[in-house]
Design a protein around this ligand. Sequence first.
Ligand code: TRP
Length: 334
Amino acid sequence: MENTEKKIIYSAVQPSGNLTIGNYAGAIRNWVAMQEEYECFYAIANMHAITVRQDPAELRRRTLEMAALYLACGIDPQKCALYVQSQVPQHAELMWVLNCSTYVGEMQRMTQFKDKSQKHADNINMGLMDYPVLMAADILLYQAHCVPVGVDQKQHVEIARDIAIRFNNRYGETFRVPEPVILKTGAKIMSLQEPTKKMSKSDENVNASIFLCDDRDTVIRKFKRAVTDSDNEVRMAEDKAGISNLISIYSSFTGKSVQDTEREFSGKGYGEFKLAVGEAVADKLAPVQAEQKRLLADKKYLGEVLASGAERAFKAARRTLSKVYRKVGFYQGE
Ligand code: TRP
C-alpha cells in the first residue's frame, strides 16, 4: 500500500544577520534534503525578529533576501511551503490562546530570555518574554512531528512540548507533541581565526567567518589568512585544529572524503591547499549568489512564491486554529 501520510516538519529562521557557510552546511542543506521525504513548512520568522529593535526597511529587505537565499540553495516551492510568518495570521491568534496556558515564571526562566534581557537591557519587551509561546504556536499550528533546530533552540521546542501536553490535558487531544531534531549546525565548521571556536555570523573578526554573500576574492583572501599550525602537512589531527577544519570544509564543499583530500594534497604545502579550499567554496557559492540576485531582481515571482507558500500554510493553520477555538469554547458563528 502506498504511504501517503508524510511526516510533517516545521522550521523557521529569523531574517537577521548574514549567514555563514556553517549555516549553509548545517541548517540550509538540511532543509533542502528534508523536503524530499517530508511535508515541510519553512517560515521566515519576521515576527520573532521584532522582539529586538529592527530598522523597518532593512527588515523588509532581509526578509526577501532570506527567502531568495533559501530558494537559491534549492528549496523547491512545489515541494514545501516557504512563507513569511506574518503573512499567516493564525500564528498570532494561536499565540494568544497558548499564552493563557503558559506561566510567567516559566518564561522568565528561559535561557534565551535571560541572555537577551541582559544584552538588550533597555528593551525587555513583552514580545521578548513571549518569544517561546509564539514559537510554540508556529510549531503546533502545523501538527509537526519534528522540528529541526540548532542546539540553542532546543529549550524552546521543549517548552512547546510542555505547552502542547498541558493544553491536551486540559481540553482534550488537540496538538501533536513535536520532537526536536538537533542539527549539528556548523558543528564541523569552525572559526578560521580561532579554530577551536564555532564559526559564527556575529564574530567581531570578519576574517573568522565566510559569509554566503562574500565574493570570490574575499573568500580566497580569508582562507589564505586562516590560522593553521607550522608543520605544513595536510592531515586531519586533533592537535591540528586549523588544518583539520579546512580539510572538513574542503571535503564538505567538494564531496571528496577526508582521506582522498589528504592524499590529493600530500607533499603540497598549506599555501596551495588554502587556495584550493577557497576556490572550492567560492565555486559553490557563486551560483547560489547569482541565483539569489536573479530572484531578488524578480520581485513579482518571489512575491508569488511567498504568497502560495502562505496560502498552503494558511490552510493547515486554519484547521488547527478552528479546532482550538472549538475546544476552548470560542463562538465561531452558526
Ligand atoms: N527562534 C528560531 C531561531 O532563532 C526561529 C524560529 C521561529 C523557529 N519559530 C520557529 C525554529 C519554530 C523552529 C520552529 O532560530
